[in-house]
Design a protein around this ligand. Structure first.
Ligand code: FEO
Length: 392
C-alpha cells in the first residue's frame, strides 16, 4: 500500500485500524480507529510527524519505502499508539533526530529506550526550518499526557494536533467530508480521553484559536477542513456550565431499585429536566462518558451487595471520579436488604470531584408508594437546584 499525498510535499503515512474494538483494554471503539502519521518535505529537510501503533508496523514500513530521507521525527505525544514505532524509524533513518518536549525526554528513554544522543528537545514556540517550510512547536501539556505538544506548519496553516481534536473514526477518506459525521466520534473521544483535562484545555485553547488555520490534522480520525467546527465543539464541551441534564447510572437485582429509577425518570421528565439513564449491565462506556460531558447531575442507583455498592455501580462511580465531569450535583438511591454502607462507600470513592450531594433515598426492601414519594422529593430537589443554577 502506498502513502497518500495530501498536499504538495505532505503525505499521510498512517494506518487505518478498521477492526480494533477496544482501546487500552477499556474503551469501546465502535468505528475502529486510525493512527495518522504525516511526512512533511521542505526544500532541504524532511520531517515525520508521529508514527503509528506497533500493531500496524507493516503499513508504516510500506508507506515509508518511497521516502529515502527523514531528517527529523517529531513526537507530539509519547503514548505508544503514536510513538511505538519511533525506534524502528530511527533505525531506518540513522541520521534522523527525534524532536520532543523536555517533559517527553524521560518518557522516550523509559518507554521507547531511544538513545539520548538521538534526541533533541524543543522549546515552546521554537521553530524548525525545513527549507521553505517551518514548523512551530506549541507545548500543550495534558492532551493527553503531560509531555504533549502540537506542531504547526506555518506556511501551510496546518496544525498537527495528535490526540487533541482526535476521533476514533476510521474512514477511507482522510478529509472530513461533512462536519456532522465527526461530532459523535469526536465527542466520544473527548469524553473518554480529554475530559479529565478540561481545565487545562480551557487555559490553552486560545493558543490554537489564535492561529491562522486552514486544516487541523489530528492523529486519530479525519482531517478537519473547517477547523472552527472542532474548536467550537471543544469550547462547548470544556465550558463550565452544564446542561439541564440528569444522568442516572443504575443496576438492579430483584427490581426494587429499578422501580425507583423508573419513578425518578418520570418525575424529572414532568419537571422538564432531560434524563439519560444507563442500565449498567448493558451500558456502552463511551455513551455514558459522552453524557457526562454535559450532565449537571449524576444519580447512582444501586442495590446493596455485601453491605456496599453493586460492583457495576462501583465501576461506574470509579469512572466518574476518574473522568472528573463538570456536574454540580450527585445523588444516591437504592434498595437494601438489612444493612447498607453503600452511600458512605460512594462518597469515599468520589474523592477527585466536588459535587454537592443531594438527599439520598435508601429503601429497605421493595419500595412502596411512601418510599417512591421520596424519589419525587429527590426530583423536586434537583429541579430547584437546576433552577437556581440557571439551567432551566
Ligand atoms: Fe492516541 Fe494518548 O494516544
Amino acid at each position: 500500500m502506498k502513502s497518500k499525498k495530501l498536499w504538495e510535499g505532505i503525505y499521510w503515512v498512517g494506518a487505518e485500524d478498521w477492526d480494533r474494538r477496544l482501546f487500552d483494554s477499556l474503551i469501546p471503539l465502535p468505528d475502529g480507529t486510525s493512527y495518522n502519521a504525516y511526512l512533511v518535505q521542505g526544500q532541504e529537510k524532511t520531517a515525520l510527524v508521529d508514527t503509528v501503533d506497533p500493531s500496524q508496523f507493516d503499513l508504516l514500513r510500506e508507506h515509508l519505502q518511497s521516502f529515502p530521507q527523514v531528517d527529523y521525527v517529531i513526537a507530539n505525544h509519547l503514548e505508544q499508539d503514536h510513538s511505538g514505532l519511533i525506534p524502528y524509524v530511527l533505525g531506518k533513518y540513522p541520521e534522523a533526530r527525534l524532536l520532543l518536549t523536555p517533559t517527553a525526554l524521560d518518557l522516550a528513554l523509559s518507554h521507547l529506550h531511544v538513545e539520548e544522543k538521538r534526541i533533541k528537545t524543543v522549546a515552546d514556540g521554537e521553530i524548525l526550518d525545513l527549507g521553505g517550510r517551518t514548523v512551530k512547536f506549541i507545548h500543550f501539556p495534558w492532551v493527553h499526557w503531560p509531555e504533549t505538544m502540537l506542531s504547526y506548519l506555518q506556511e501551510d496553516r496546518i496544525l498537527f494536533s495528535c490526540d487533541l481534536f482526535g476521533s476514533h473514526l476510521t474512514s477511507s477518506e482522510l478529509f472530513l467530508r461533512e462536519d456532522h459525521l465527526a461530532w459523535e466520534p469526536a465527542k466520544r473521544y473527548f469524553a473518554e480521553i480529554m475530559m479529565p483535562f478540561r481545565k487545562i484545555i480551557q487555559k490553552n485553547l486560545s493558543r490554537v484559536e489564535n492561529l491562522p488555520l486552514a486544516y487541523i490534522a489530528p492523529s486519530h480520525g479525519p482531517i478537519y477542513t473547517r477547523p472552527q467546527f472542532i474548536i467550537e465543539a471543544y469550547k462547548k464541551w470544556i465550558a463550565d456550565k452544564p446542561e439541564n441534564l440528569v444522568v442516572i447510572v443504575h443496576v438492579t437485582m430483584h427490581g426494587s431499585t429499578k422501580k425507583m429509577v423508573d419513578r425518578l425518570i418520570k418525575a424529572l421528565a414532568e419537571r422538564n429536566i432531560q434524563v439519560q439513564p444507563f442500565n449498567l449491565p448493558v451500558t456502552d462506556t463511551g455513551k455514558l462518558a459522552m453524557s457526562l460531558v454535559d450532565a449537571a447531575t449524576i444519580i447512582v442507583a444501586s442495590p446493596t451487595v455485601l453491605t456496599g455498592l453493586h460492583p457495576l455501580a462501583a465501576e461506574a462511580v470509579f469512572l466518574v471520579n476518574a473522568l472528573r465531569p463538570k456536574a454540580l450535583l450527585a445523588g444516591f438511591m437504592g434498595s437494601y436488604g438489612w444493612k447498607s454502607r453503600a452511600l458512605e462507600q460512594l462518597k469515599a470513592m468520589l474523592d477527585s470531584v466536588r459535587f454537592e450531594f443531594l438527599n439520598p433515598v435508601q429503601v429497605k426492601g421493595d419500595p412502596d408508594e411512601a418510599a417512591l414519594k421520596l424519589v419525587d422529593d429527590l426530583a423536586e430537589e434537583i429541579f430547584r437546584k437546576h433552577q437556581a443554577a440557571g439551567l432551566l
